[in-house]
Design a protein around this ligand. Structure first.
Ligand code: GRG
Length: 295
């Protein structure tokens, strides 16, 4: 990874950690402990970083996008906690530590996920943005995020994924599934950043194209990592997709063709930023990182 991007990611991640800690400080309460156990477990923070970087790319300020960035990470963490439950993927390790239901118990993990999801929207509705002009923007952010997370987005993608067990999906079906399950929240990250940064309509449209391409590339890269990634570096098991007979890009089109497909998607994402100046460089670098990442 180029050192510019490394520094950029490190700086943004630190700002995000600080903001999350402030929003959800340590507490002896069991529910807060469980929420923080998963939230503060050192994920890549890709979605919040994308949100902040998109705000900057359209000429806005990253701090204006921080509440949306943190809300995104909370929604993402809730989805991971619930995805790991025995009723869903039944995973034991996540972010390099035992999954929430293993460290606590199933009921607590369900509640921690519920609490992170609802808290995300409490943050977005916070009265600090109560100047009239800001309320319209906050409402737009809430609309984008709730749609992306809900039954027309991530939840629908997860439903299709569950229904797909032991059914062979064709490429178009697999793409639709992933555009919903993983892509919707990644697209929402970029779009809420653009709205927070007061982007124009045409800027936002280009960013949507960027996000759609990196969103799918992220999933293709995730499928590839599940085949040839290092569990130590990833903080979770590898080889699980094949064991569960899951529909993945490598199983559908082979490993090499999956890599070519991911590279083509990244190329399209970078092309969508052609009209942006150097303020979009972090977004360009993140696109390349998504393909090359090892965790
Ligand atoms: C339970 C409603 C509900 C949805 C779950 C996102 C999701 C839907 C499930 C996760 C399953 C999975 C492993 C999907 C592959 C892509 C993905 C989202 C990986 C995890 O995201 P990263 O790599 O994780 O950004 P970190 O821990 O770095 O934040």
């Amino acid at each position: 990874m180029k050192s510019d991007l490394k520094n950029y990611l490190a700086k943004k991640r630190e700002e995000i950690e600080t903001a999350l800690n402030k929003m959800l400080p340590e507490s002896p309460d069991r529910i807060v402990s469980a929420m923080r156990y998963s939230l503060m477990a050192g994920g890549k923070r890709l979605r919040p970083v994308l949100c902040l970087a998109a705000a900057e790319a359209v000429g806005g300020n990253a701090p204006d996008a921080m509440s949306a960035a943190c809300a995104l990470e909370m929604i993402h963490t809730y989805s991971l906690i619930h995805d790991d439950l025995p009723a869903m993927d039944d995973d034991e390790m996540r972010r390099g530590r035992p999954t929430c239901h293993k460290a606590f118990d199933e009921a607590t993990a369900i509640l921690a996920g519920d609490a992170l999801l609802t808290f995300a929207f409490e943050i977005l509705a916070d009265a600090e943005a109560a100047e009239k002009d800001e309320i319209t923007r906050q409402m737009e952010i809430i609309r984008i995020l709730s749609k992306a997370a809900g039954y027309r987005g991530m939840v629908e993608g997860q439903m299709r994924d569950m229904e797909s067990e032991n059914i062979r999906r064709n490429p178009a079906e697999l793409e639709k599934l992933h555009r919903l399950k993983t892509g919707a929240l990644i697209e929402a990250a970029v779009l809420t950043g653009a709205v927070s940064g007061r982007g124009t309509e045409s800027q936002t449209e280009c960013l949507r194209q960027y996000a759609r391409n990196i969103g799918l590339a992220f999933q293709v890269a995730d499928d590839i990592l599940n085949v040839e990634g290092d569990p130590e570096i990833m903080g979770k098991a590898a080889g699980t997709d094949a064991k569960r007979n899951k529909n993945t890009y490598p199983s559908l089109m082979g490993l090499e063709e999956s890599k070519t497909f991911a590279a083509a998607l990244i190329g399209k994402a970078v092309s969508a930023l052609a009209d942006f100046d150097e303020k979009a460089d972090p977004l360009r670098a993140i696109a390349v990182y998504i393909r090359e990442r090892r965790r």
